[in-house]
Design a protein around this ligand. Structure first.
Ligand SMILES: CC(C)(COP(=O)(O)OP(=O)(O)OC[C@H]1O[C@@H](n2cnc3c(N)ncnc32)[C@H](O)[C@@H]1OP(=O)(O)O)[C@@H](O)C(=O)NCCC(=O)NCCS
Length: 188
């Protein structure tokens, strides 16, 4: 119980940290669909791992109905995960997401094959993925990297790189780019 309260507090602090529009914790807990989605996913994922796969899928679809965010209950997601705006996010079954990852609306972590293998991306710690970006296949986006909005990424992105475009091209982050990759001061 204590760890659940700790996790909720950490998620609320993380939402404040990532969104300049965030106000009080109570309001954020009520209005942020990105928070509702990750909380429902954690329950669905626990059910999935315990073998209650049908109920886990149903909860996941209810989550999608209410938040517009579809996360397969099999997806593994770390701490301090935040989705801003949320609508249209799809996270596939074999996706693996590290700690401190942030997604915007319209992001897809998708597969390119129909076989039941590891077919979705691995997103390492502290990656930011911009609005509308599609990251496809069992590729890895290295820690501390950012994917630009609307990029289509089908190849590995090394750690501490920025990838933009279709197909996405990655370049190392400059030394001066040590601040948050998507600085809240620069967008609404
Ligand atoms: C990619 C990103 C993280 C910043 O990258 P950056 O390299 O620091 O960006 P810069 O502003 O220095 O631009 C560098 C070049 O990349 C281009 N660029 C930036 N973002 C791009 C994108 N998403 N797609 C294509 N090109 C992009 C710029 O136009 C610029 O081109 P130029 O060198 O020909 O002038 C950022 O642009 C981005 O896409 N962030 C996502 C933000 C988001 O989704 N916000 C949603 C808020 S609701």
């Amino acid at each position: 119980m204590l760890s659940v309260v700790k996790m909720i507090r950490e998620d609320l602090a993380n939402a404040r940290d990532h969104d300049p529009a965030a106000r009080g914790d109570l309001e954020n807990a009520i209005v942020y669909s990105g928070l509702h989605a990750i909380w429902a996913h954690r329950i669905a994922h626990a059910w999935w791992k315990s073998g209650f796969r049908g109920p886990a899928r149903i909860l996941s679809q209810l989550n999608r109905f209410f938040t517009g965010i579809e996360i397969h209950p099999g997806a593994t997601i770390g701490r301090r995960f935040f989705i801003d705006h949320g609508m249209g996010v799809v996270i596939g079954e074999t996706s693996e997401i590290g700690d401190g990852v942030m997604l915007y609306h319209g992001v897809t972590l998708g597969g390119q094959v129909l076989t039941q293998t590891k077919r979705h991306p691995t997103i390492e710690d502290n990656v930011t993925i911009g609005a509308g970006a599609k990251v496809l296949g069992p590729i890895t986006v290295g820690a501390g990297s950012a994917i630009g909005s609307n990029a289509v990424v089908t190849k590995d992105v090394p750690a501490n790189h920025i990838a933009v475009g279709i197909p996405a091209k990655a370049r190392p982050r400059g030394k001066e780019e040590t601040i948050k990759l998507v600085d809240p001061d620069y967008y609404i």
